[in-house]
Write a protein that binds this ligand. Structure first.
Ligand code: SF4
Length: 388
């Protein structure tokens, strides 16, 4: 056979798709190792290389034999999403735009505080739930992120803070699944990614420092307690079904009573009974910020061990709502506190780089056409304003 024909044969062969090990939990990686005829414990070595030392080149994993490295590199790789840009806010908040396979981009935000550094991670490209006050919802929906694309966000942040260096200070101490997307609509990948966050041989975060936030996908929340014990936040935003149906449309399918009951069941499954659910409530001027709403919320939550986090609404281009006034915010907080609730008010961070809560938008190749409809409506409103 001539060298030329040998080249042709190689050219005609389909490229082998390599398995991306980045999103493999310890048990999946163990299965993978066994599947290629290796011992399970090799998985621990590989996980440490990827998630504790930040090494993505299989050939550089020096405590594996050369033969094993070569064998692995033939069938597997460690492939990260691509960082398109990284912006720093004057208050220390950092926002990344990250491109994933298929060309869409997601956003991720890091918020430093005195006693912690919280990374807000995305779980989907866009979001199908279309909450009326959320910038992500207006972008439409493309697809679920893979486990590799979810844990890849934590890897990127850790690398950006040089956290992989020996004896480096851990800058990312907490992770909240509160970025773009509804995590429970991408159940398996989110659970896999969270297990790597908790894994001692990877990031080793405590279950109290990883929080999943849901808008109320009740059947999946019922399942979550069987496979995970991370902290839970519920995005409520309204104290009754009538209002919540408008703000959070999934409420029409799973109304408040079901949602609250499911959240209560989740924490009751936890081995320690001191856990509390965080109730997220975005306050919008004249929409859900009245005294009557605060009193109704106090009654609604009376049987749920919880603390309430009030979030002043952050406007984004074309949003229909306005930020709550300080007077209404204080009044709302005081009513809940008088009823015995622990209440925190989320300070707005990263406003100058559009990284505040509810502002994440990314670049979504929208499959739902919602983004186009929203932009059309936006331009009609702007035209009307100019004509006025
Ligand atoms: S608030 Fe959360 S669930 Fe609702 S549209 Fe935005 S990202 Fe989706």
């Amino acid at each position: 056979m001539s060298p030329k024909s040998a080249v042709n044969i190689t050219d005609d062969q389909p490229q082998q798709v390599k398995t991306n090990l980045l999103g493999f939990s310890a048990s999946r990686l163990g299965d993978f190792m066994e599947g290629i005829g290796e011992k399970r414990f090799r998985a621990t070595q590989v996980i440490k290389w990827i998630h504790q030392m930040g090494e993505c080149d299989l050939h550089e994993m020096s405590n594996l034999s050369k033969d094993l490295r070569a064998k692995l590199a033939e069938v597997a790789e460690v492939k990260l999403p691509e960082v398109v840009s990284c912006q720093d806010s004057v208050d220390g908040t950092r926002k990344w735009l990250i491109r994933v396979d298929g060309g869409s981009c997601i956003e991720m935000v890091y918020i430093p505080e005195r006693d912690r550094g919280t990374l807000c991670v995305s779980s989907q490209i866009g979001c199908a739930l279309d909450c009326s006050f959320c910038a992500t919802g207006k972008q439409g929906f493309n697809r679920d992120l893979t486990a590799a694309e979810i844990i890849g966000q934590l890897w990127i942040a850790a690398n950006s803070f040089e956290q992989f260096a020996p004896k480096a200070k851990r800058r990312v101490t907490n992770v909240v699944m509160m970025g773009m997307g509804e995590p429970l609509m991408n159940f398996d990948n989110v659970v896999d990614a969270m297990s790597i966050m908790l894994e001692d041989n990877a990031y080793g975060l405590s279950k109290r420092r990883v929080t999943l936030s849901t808008a109320g996908v009740v059947p999946q929340l019922d399942k979550l307690g069987d496979v995970s014990d991370v902290s839970l936040a519920i995005s409520l935003h309204a104290p009754n079904d009538e209002l919540r149906n408008q703000l959070v449309p999934i409420n029409r399918k799973y109304p408040l009573a079901q949602f609250i009951e499911s959240a209560k069941n989740y924490i009751e499954k936890m081995p320690d009974n001191r856990r509390k659910v965080t109730v997220e409530y975005t306050l919008m001027d004249q929409i859900n910020d009245r005294s009557v709403h605060a009193r109704e919320l106090a009654v609604l939550l009376k049987d749920l061990p919880c603390k309430v986090n009030l979030i002043p609404f952050n406007a984004f281009p074309g949003s229909d709502y306005k930020r709550v006034t300080n007077t209404a915010l204080d009044r709302f907080r005081d009513i809940l506190m008088a009823e015995g609730y622990t209440v925190t008010v989320r300070t707005t961070r990263g406003d100058d780089i559009a990284a505040a809560c509810g502002q994440l938008a990314g670049e979504v190749n929208d499959r739902t056409k919602r983004q186009a409809r929203y932009k059309k409506r936006l331009s009609e409103v702007q035209t009307l304003n100019i004509t006025d």
